[in-house]
Design a protein around this ligand. Structure first.
Ligand SMILES: [Zn+2]
Length: 117
């Protein structure tokens, strides 16, 4: 049952690699020319910020996918990290990197919602 999910995860990982901005490293953030005129400086800051944002999102996603693949190899994939119950195939098909069952996920979202209220 997990073969199909593994393929999905590997595809997603490949996708992350494709979308990661090339030739871009963290230090690019420091390479903004401080002598550039104001408008250029501002647009550089926005550009670098966007790329950093995209990159950190992709990095996070990649870690999630790699974790899921690791769980597939070592066991524990499809088990809720919170209560240990089966996450359920339908949920895994919808979200192959899910680590919580529907009940625990709902609990967590409720807690988060309360924090933000
Ligand atoms: Zn659970």
């Amino acid at each position: 049952m997990h073969k199909h999910l593994r393929e999905r995860l590997e595809d997603a990982l490949h996708d992350c690699a494709l979308h990661t901005p090339e030739g871009f490293e963290e230090e690019d953030g420091q390479r903004i020319d401080p002598c550039a005129d104001e408008n250029e400086y501002a647009s550089r800051v926005v550009e670098v910020g966007l790329r950093l944002h995209l990159r950190s999102r992709l990095d996070k996603r990649r870690v999630e996918i790699e974790d899921a693949l690791k769980r597939l190899d070592l066991g524990g994939y499809g088990e809720c990290a919170e209560c240990g119950e089966d996450i359920g195939l339908a949920r895994l098909v919808a979200n192959p990197v899910a680590t919580l069952c529907v009940v625990c996920q709902a609990d967590r979202e409720e807690q988060a919602a309360r924090l933000c209220a």
